[in-house]
Design a protein around this ligand. Structure first.
Ligand code: NAD
Length: 503
């Protein structure tokens, strides 16, 4: 089972505290423990909330073998229509157990319930339906060709699954980003072994119950828990039984995974870090730009790959815009996930908080003007032990500072003035990352011009995080390799085979 007996007694918790869960691996349709356990602590108050079974080589091998066997089992014999029906049942299963997924995601991340209820869980379910619809409707190509004997030949393309897909996931939107990969992988007829982040093991494990209930054959969906190097992540990416690897996470982890995938020349899809710029022109709709920029800087405590950490504001608007951002940031109340007035949750862990705070300290040392925040909020009671930081806005540093160049992945932004369109395009592009941008202007020609000039995978105009799941998603430069989403996912999750028939 995903959630077995409480083990509070052995973990030093009082009887009044919620039970500590055991989170198991899900291999070949069954939950399996191991001899090794690691602790999962709540980001809210550092309380032990789960003990997680760490998969070793043996468990990862078993999961990969189960996934290989399932390729040629009942799963491999299904028609597209039958697969589509099962994936719809998986989506419905998530909806049916919405509250369980919500509770598990919020427990692991500490994020506000209102956020997880509207984004994480519904999008996690939708990913199965969207990709089921894509494979159901995908057209094929065919070409007639002349031959010397006059009879001719016909070429047509068919798509086949790539095989066993290793899925390595981050912690910031755990269910959503995992199903974003598992949905298309299964829709295309592959089998998967998922390695969720060590920080957020619960929803991936819970999905195993839904898979079984939906009639997904055993071995099609497997979950192994653990860390990266010398743990489940590395064992999975180096396993010769894995045919392709899809990854979301930090750029340097992606590079390590790409090296691992070179053995056996296996394809990778990498969705990686960002240092996204918002560009606010003086002709923008001021209120919309402020509201959108506040969301892009602070949603999910800034732990969104597409989030903004650099804000370029045209000089005539600069002071007014900074003042409005300050006011908005100071309205964001940190608090418990279930409280209605909570505007921001904690960071994912103490370790991540240390990283974010190191940038807060660095900004101060470099002489930044701290417009708001810059430290740790004063939290009541046991929340004092949690991974909280203040939403933070700086001015007074330039593009060459580490605060403007490096991904911090926290609720913070450096705001800088600019004078001309050409200048701001150059500055936004002068960064090794290229994931997303948000452009705020009411000048239509400028909107098109700037969106075409910024080197990113996604350019939003007068919006942020507005996602049509049929569109291509991915990063330019060091933010990624490959595109997923809609039919673009087919390029990674299928092999295109050309059949040439001589008539
Ligand atoms: P991370 O790279 O630390 O970890 C991601 C996953 O990789 C985890 O499951 C981890 O255990 C695993 N891992 C680590 N080292 C590994 C190795 N050597 N071999 C195999 N697996 C390994 O990333 P994170 O801290 O979980 O997530 C935050 C990062 O993810 C940020 O950089 C953020 O920008 C990025 N991100 C990108 C996107 C995108 O779509 N581009 C989306 C979300 C998050």
């Amino acid at each position: 089972m995903y959630d077995t007996q409480p083990i509070a007694a052995s973990s030093g918790q009082s009887a009044t505290q919620p039970a500590v869960r055991q989170i198991l691996n899900f291999i070949d349709g069954k939950y399996r423990g191991t001899g090794n356990w690691f602790d999962k602590r709540s980001p809210l108050d550092n309380r032990l909330i789960a003990r997680v079974a760490e998969a070793g080589c043996a468990e990862v091998d078993a999961a990969v073998q189960a996934a290989r066997a399932a390729l040629s089992g009942p799963w491999g014999g299904l028609t597209v229509a039958q697969r589509v029906e099962i994936l719809y049942a998986v989506a419905d299963g998530i909806e049916r157990r919405f509250d369980d997924f919500l509770e598990a995601e919020v427990a692991d991340t500490g994020k506000p319930v209102s956020l997880a209820r509207h984004i994480d869980i519904p999008r996690g379910a939708a990913n199965f339906k969207v990709f089921a619809d894509v494979v159901k409707n995908v057209p094929g190509e065919s070409f007639e060709m002349p031959t010397q004997d006059g009879a001719g030949a016909i070429n047509y393309a068919i798509r086949r699954p790539v095989g066993v897909v290793g899925v390595i996931c981050p912690w910031n939107l755990p269910l959503l980003l995992m199903t974003w990969k598992v949905g298309p992988a299964l829709a295309c007829g592959n089998t998967v072994v998922v390695k969720p982040s060590e920080e957020t093991p619960q929803t991936a494990a819970l999905l195993g119950e839904v898979m079984n209930a939906a009639g997904v054959p055993r071995g099609v969906y497997n979950v192994v828990h653990g860390f990266g190097p010398q743990s489940a992540g590395e064992f999975l990416t180096t396993s010769p039984g894995v045919n392709a690897i899809t990854f979301t996470g930090e750029t340097r982890t992606g590079a390590a995974i790409m090296k691992a995938a070179a053995d056996g020349a296996r394809p990778v899809s990498l969705e990686m870090g960002g240092k996204n710029a918002a560009i606010v022109f003086a002709d923008c709709d001021f209120d919309a730009a402020v509201e959108g920029t506040l969301r892009s800087c602070f949603a999910n405590a800034g732990q969104v790959c597409l989030g903004t950490e650099r804000v370029y504001v045209e000089r005539p608007l600069f002071d007014r815009f900074v003042a409005a951002l300050k006011e908005g940031a100071e309205r964001l109340r940190p608090g418990r996930p279930e409280a209605e007035d909570t505007g921001m949750g904690p960071l994912i862990s103490q370790e991540h908080r240390n990283k974010v705070l190191s940038y807060y300290h660095k900004a101060a040392e470099l002489g930044a003007t701290v417009v708001t925040g810059g430290g740790v909020p004063d939290m009541p009671g046991e929340l004092r032990e949690g991974a909280w930081v203040q939403p933070t806005i700086w001015t007074g540093l330039g593009d060459d500072s580490p605060i403007a160049r490096e991904e911090i992945f926290g609720p913070c932004a450096l705001v800088m003035p600019f004078d001309t369109e050409a200048e701001v395009i150059g500055r936004a592009n002068a960064n090794e990352y290229g994931l997303a941008t948000a452009i705020w202007t009411t000048n239509l020609a400028r909107a098109h011009r700037v969106a075409g000039a910024i080197e990113v995978g996604i350019a939003w105009v007068n919006s942020w995080f507005l996602r049509d799941l049929r569109t291509a998603f991915g990063g330019a430069k060091q933010s990624g390799i490959g595109r997923e989403g809609g039919v673009h996912s087919l390029e990674f999750y299928t092999e295109l085979r050309n059949v040439c028939i001589k008539l």
